[in-house]
Design a protein around this ligand. Structure first.
Ligand code: AMP
Ligand code: MG
Length: 430
C-alpha cells in the first residue's frame, strides 16, 4: 500500500463538524502552549546525593565525570595469538621468531625481550612495550619454541591502545543524564565507585471521586474500581522518584483543600486524577486557585481536555482528567517531560514517524487527538497502523491492545484507509 503524501492525509473540513469545545468562549490551550507554560514555570531541583555506583541505576547523574584513568588502561591484545614487533617484517617475507614467554590477562609478561622474539598472548593481556603487533593464532605455525609467520603477516594489528576509548581526564560521562546499565558499565570500567546524583523527586498522587472503590471490595451500583492509581503507580515507578500513593480523596472541597495544602508541604509534585472538569463535584481547579496558583486549565487535546496545572507553595500540581486513557495521554505528554525537567534533564522529543493507516479513523476537528493504535511493519519494512479498537477516554481495552498513539492534528476531520498518519510508539521509559 503506497503511503500518500502527508498533506493528503489530513482531510480538512474546516470545522464542519465542530467539536463542542471549540464553541467555548475562551480558546483552549494547544498542547504546545500547555507544554511551554509548564516548561517556563519549572525550576530544576539542585540538591544532590552521593551514592555508591551499585545503587545508581536509573538515578540522574548530577555532575559530569572525567576519566580518572585511560580506557583501556594499558595497551593490550584484541585477540588470542602471538605478539611480535612489526620490525620483524622485512620485504613482506615470511619470518620465524623465538617463543620466549606468555602474557595472560591479569599476568603480564615481565621479562626482558631478547631480539627476534615473540610471545604467546591472550585477549586483554598487556602487550610489552617492545612489541606492537598481534597475529591471530590460526595464522602462524608453531614448532616447539619456533613460531613461523607467513608472508602475508601484517604489523600493527590487533592491539587496543591505551586511552583508545577515553583518555585520562577527558569527559567520561556528561551530566545531567539518566544512569543506565551502560553508564554503570562505563563508570565501573574507569573505577568510579560513587556518583553524585540529583536527589529523588518527592511525588504524591491521589485519585478523587466518591465513586471509587478499592480492589477487593465488592462493587456497588454507581461505583467503579479505581484504575488510575494503578496506572499512575506504574507510570511513576522509577529509581529517581520517591513515590507515595496518597489514596482516594472524596468529592469534598474542604477535604481536597486540606489534603493538597498538607501535600504541598512535603512533596515536589502533586498529581490528582478526576474532578478537574466543570461538574458540580469537580473541585480541583477551584481548590488549586484557593491554595496556590492556576497556570492553565483545559487544553485542546482529546482525550485529556480538563487538565489543571499550577503551583501550591513550592509544589508543582497536575490535576489530570478522571478517565484513564486521558490520564495516560496527559501524563505522557505533559507530566513526564515536566518531571524530567525538574531533575535537570533535557527534553527529548518523543519518537514520531509516519505509518500507513490500514483502516479509516473517525475524528471531528477542534482538538489534537491521540487515538490508540497497533503498529506493525510489513515484510518490505513499511510501517502500517491499525486502530486498536473502540476509541474513548474510558476505553481501557483498546489502550491495553495498543502499542502506539496515532496523533491526529487539531484540524483533521478523519482519516481514510491508505492515508499516512503520525505515530508515536509507546515508550517504556518515562
Ligand atoms: P471526573 O472528571 O471526576 O468527572 O471523572 C471523569 C470520569 O473518569 C468519570 O467517569 C469518573 O468516574 C472516571 N474516573 C475518575 N477517577 C477515576 C479513577 N481513579 N479510575 C477510573 N475512572 C475514574
Ligand atoms: Mg469525579
Amino acid at each position: 500500500m503506497a503511503v500518500q503524501q502527508m498533506s493528503n492525509t489530513i482531510r480538512e473540513n474546516k470545522f464542519e463538524q465542530t467539536d463542542h469545545c471549540a464553541l467555548e468562549k475562551k480558546p483552549l490551550l494547544t498542547i504546545e502552549e500547555a507544554q511551554t507554560s509548564i516548561t517556563s514555570s519549572i525550576h530544576p531541583i539542585c540538591e544532590m546525593d552521593t551514592i555508591p555506583l551499585n545503587s545508581a541505576l536509573g538515578r540522574v547523574l548530577a555532575q559530569p565525570i572525567y576519566a580518572p584513568i585511560n580506557l583501556p588502561y594499558e595497551r593490550n591484545a584484541a585477540m588470542d595469538g602471538y605478539a611480535f614487533s612489526s620490525a620483524s617484517i622485512i620485504d613482506k617475507q615470511a619470518f620465524t621468531l623465538n617463543l620466549v614467554g606468555s602474557s595472560w590477562a591479569g599476568k603480564p609478561f615481565q621479562d626482558v625481550l631478547p631480539p627476534n622474539a615473540c610471545i604467546r598472548i591472550f585477549t586483554g593481556a598487556v602487550v610489552p612495550d617492545a612489541l606492537d603487533s598481534v597475529v591471530m593464532q590460526e595464522h602462524v605455525s608453531v614448532e616447539g619454541t619456533r613460531v613461523h609467520f607467513s608472508a602475508s603477516t601484517q604489523g600493527l594489528q590487533n592491539i587496543r591502545s591505551a586511552g583508545e576509548d577515553v583518555k585520562q581526564n577527558d569527559l567520561l560521562c556528561h551530566a545531567p543524564k539518566i544512569i543506565t546499565m551502560d553508564t554503570l558499565a562505563l563508570l565501573a570500567s574507569a573505577g568510579v565507585d560513587t556518583v553524585a546524583v540529583t536527589r529523588r523527586l518527592k511525588i504524591i498522587f491521589f485519585s478523587t471521586g466518591d465513586e471509587l472503590m478499592a480492589l477487593g471490595e465488592s462493587l456497588q451500583s454507581g461505583k467503579i474500581y479505581d484504575s488510575n492509581r494503578y496506572l499512575l503507580n506504574s507510570l511513576l515507578t522509577s529509581p529517581s522518584y520517591d513515590l507515595v500513593d496518597g489514596g482516594v480523596i472524596a468529592d469534598d472541597q474542604s477535604k481536597l483543600e486540606d489534603t493538597l495544602r498538607q501535600a504541598a508541604k512535603n512533596y515536589d509534585v502533586i498529581i490528582t486524577t478526576g474532578g478537574a472538569s466543570v461538574g458540580e463535584a469537580d473541585f480541583v481547579k477551584e481548590t488549586l486557585a484557593r491554595c496556590g496558583h492556576v497556570n492553565f486549565w483545559k487544553i485542546a487535546v482529546k482525550p485529556g481536555k480538563p487538565l489543571a496545572f499550577g503551583k501550591i507553595g513550592h509544589s508543582y500540581f497536575f490535576g489530570l482528567p478522571g478517565n484513564p486513557v486521558a490520564v495516560r495521554v496527559t501524563f505522557q505528554h505533559l507530566v513526564a517531560p515536566a518531571l524530567k525537567q525538574l531533575q535537570g534533564l533535557a527534553h527529548i522529543k518523543p519518537l514520531r514517524f509516519l505509518a500507513t493507516a490500514t483502516c479509516a479513523l473517525k475524528k471531528s476537528p477542534g482538538r489534537l487527538e491521540f487515538q490508540t493504535g497497533v503498529l506493525t511493519q510489513t515484510d518490505q519494512g513499511e510501517f502500517v497502523v491499525n486502530s486498536a479498537g473502540k476509541q474513548g477516554s474510558h476505553i481501557l481495552s483498546s489502550l491495553d491492545k495498543a502499542n502506539c498513539f496515532i496523533i491526529l492534528p487539531l484540524e483533521c476531520s478523519g482519516v481514510q484507509t491508505g492515508d499516512a498518519v503520525l505515530i508515536e510508539p509507546f515508550s517504556t521509559a518515562i
